[in-house]
Design a binder for this molecule. Structure first.
Ligand SMILES: *[C@@H]1O[C@H](CO)[C@@H](O)[C@H](O)[C@H]1NC(C)=O
Ligand SMILES: *[C@@H]1O[C@H](CO)[C@@H](O)[C@H](O)[C@H]1NC(C)=O
Length: 530
């Protein structure tokens, strides 16, 4: 079982032998681990407790949360059932995925992708496929701008080049990459690793495509710039990245950390999710510290610096217990003190953006402790399914301390409601954002994107073929370990979930109105409390 570059060989000329740059890149990424650990924020959060007497008037407001909770929990029960029947773990004839590195002494610089047999057509079971989680509907939203007759032209894709770290072309199931710039740490390496896993898990399913990818934080494609429809206005460039906001047209894609973040020792999501599940069972919610916890790197944004003012060490009790992540000393101690699963010991966990969105949100949600989310304009692919008041508690960005104090006081005096929010958040992340769905999201997004392409992709001249061995054989240390740990083990021959239909504009409006109302409701309580 040598072959790992999933794909057929027809119709593609470049290929084998051309991965030199790739290997150099992977190697230097490994080297850079040791030198570039500062900066970007990860954050972790956590919680608090303080039993505070709250006057009886708050009881009047309980129905808001109860109502939201109970209506959504019935729908999540359905989702759980759908999920459990969806993936057949016990399939009798699974096809393993594997690859082999060249023997010791062979330079990885000259390593080439093993030619693959034609893509396996997996059996498609027409019946029994389940609908994907609701947040998949935003795939249609992200692509809406290109749905017109013009579609996605080569000129539009090439217009995104100036923002891109790499260009990915998939042809006949094989992946080719042209790198333009190096992003922070190993974000690109792990993103590409994730794409390779998708190709290996779902042979023959990822269509031919051509896309530009940017690995940094803040959204880049500002809608306003392209809306002015001058005759000479360039077409809207389709750019894949990890987050967006309302003013931008970036297409969101799962971030690298789902396959691991070696620089700060964050394991691949599949393993970490299990750790977090166990971690949140260790201490019952009622026995947790009755405070709101956050731990992270404050230097990435003024808003995080501002958050630190709410800490108890500043002489006022805002029910916050905040800790800075010291990158230097944590690097030395192997990040032992930032073990995420052991942070499930506070009743509430704060989420706050870094430079823009932060990958920490999924870890923060997974503890069964309500997430106190400092309201953010940024969205990543899964957070668009979250509802304030049901999955998390909204915190006002311009009154963080008072807002956190109120949230904790409220939760401690309404433990059932607080726990329901904690459970809804963890249930969402455990069930709807598990790895199988992350891959299904990628597959549907790429499929819908490819449908809009108005040209036949070709391998760019400077691209090199990407395959499991070209990334993994060159990797060392933790980078290699995480790659092996997050490698897809088997070909998935059951169908992916079925993508739900696009929103109609009324539905979108309705959802955004519900969100705003929930946030306003909490603000009103807060105002009358202080
Ligand atoms: C290859 O080299 C590594 C490290 O030098 C060593 O641990 C490993 O056993 C070697 N493998 C073989 C097959 O010789
Ligand atoms: C916040 O307060 C706690 C408790 O006094 C203290 O241990 C911690 O270092 C403080 N955090 C910061 C960032 O000052």
């Amino acid at each position: 079982m040598k072959s790992t570059c999933v794909g057929a060989s027809e119709g593609v000329d470049s290929g084998g032998g051309g991965d030199r740059a790739e290997n150099e890149r992977a190697k230097s990424a490994v080297e850079s681990i040791h030198s570039s650990v500062k900066g970007v924020g990860v954050v972790f959060v956590a919680l608090l407790v303080l039993v505070v007497l709250i006057s009886a008037r708050w009881v009047d407001h309980v129905p808001f949360l109860l109502k939201t909770s109970s209506s959504s929990s019935s729908s999540s029960t359905v989702t759980e059932k759908q999920i459990s029947s969806h993936y057949d773990h016990a399939h009798p004839k699974r096809i393993p995925i594997s690859f082999a590195c060249p023997p010791n002494g062979t330079s990885v610089e000259h390593l080439s992708c093993t030619p693959r047999s034609p893509p396996l057509r997996t059996t498609r079971t027409a019946a029994g496929t389940k609908t994907c989680p609701g947040y998949f509907r935003y795939i249609h939203e992200d692509l809406r701008a290109w749905r017109g007759a013009e579609g996605i032209t080569r000129a539009a894709v090439e217009g995104a080049r100036r923002f891109a770290h790499f260009r990915l072309v998939v042809l006949g199931g094989r992946a080719f990459v042209e790198r333009y710039a190096r992003p922070y740490q190993t974000r690109d390496v792990f993103t590409l690793w994730g794409i390779l896993q998708l190709l290996a898990r779902r042979p023959g399913r990822v269509p031919d495509l051509d896309l530009m990818f940017n690995c940094e934080d803040p959204p880049l494609v500002l809608l306003d710039r392209y809306r002015r429809r001058r005759p000479d206005a360039p077409p809207l460039p389709p750019l894949f990245r990890y987050c967006k906001d309302h003013a931008s047209a970036d297409i969101v894609f799962p971030d690298w950390s789902f396959w691991g973040w070696p620089e700060i020792k964050i394991k691949p999501w599949e393993l970490l999710l299990e750790d977090l599940r166990k971690g949140s069972e260790r201490v019952k919610w009622k026995d947790r510290e009755p405070y709101a916890f956050w731990k992270g790197n404050p230097s990435v944004s003024p808003s995080r610096e501002d958050l630190l003012k709410c800490n108890v060490s500043n002489g006022q009790e805002y029910n916050a217990r905040l800790f800075t992540l010291n990158w230097d000393s944590e690097t030395q101690s192997g990040f032992k003190k930032s073990d995420l699963a052991s942070q499930c010991v506070y009743r509430y966990k704060i989420y706050i953006d870094g430079k823009s969105w932060s990958v920490s949100e999924k870890y923060i949600l997974a503890c069964d402790s309500p997430m106190l989310l400092v309201t953010t304009p940024y969205q990543d692919f899964f957070t668009r399914g979250l509802m304030p008041g049901h999955h998390y508690w909204p915190i006002k960005p311009d009154r963080k301390c008072q807002s956190i104090k109120f949230a904790v006081d409220w939760g401690n005096s309404h433990p059932d409601e607080a726990q329901a929010i904690g459970k809804a958040g963890s249930g969402y992340i455990q069930e709807e954002v598990k790895m199988d769905y992350v891959y299904d999201y990628m597959l549907h997004l790429l499929t819908e994107y490819a449908k809009l392409l108005r040209y036949k992709p070709t391998v760019p001249e400077k691209a090199t073929e990407l395959c499991l061995e070209s990334l993994a054989c060159a990797a060392e240390g933790l980078e290699k370990t995480f790659m092996m740990d997050s490698m897809a083990k088997w070909v998935h021959d059951s169908d992916p979930c079925t993508i739900p239909p696009p929103f109609d504009p009324k539905e979108l409006e309705e959802m955004s109105r519900k969100r705003d109302e929930a946030i306003k409701q909490v603000e009103m309580w807060e105002n009358s409390y202080s």
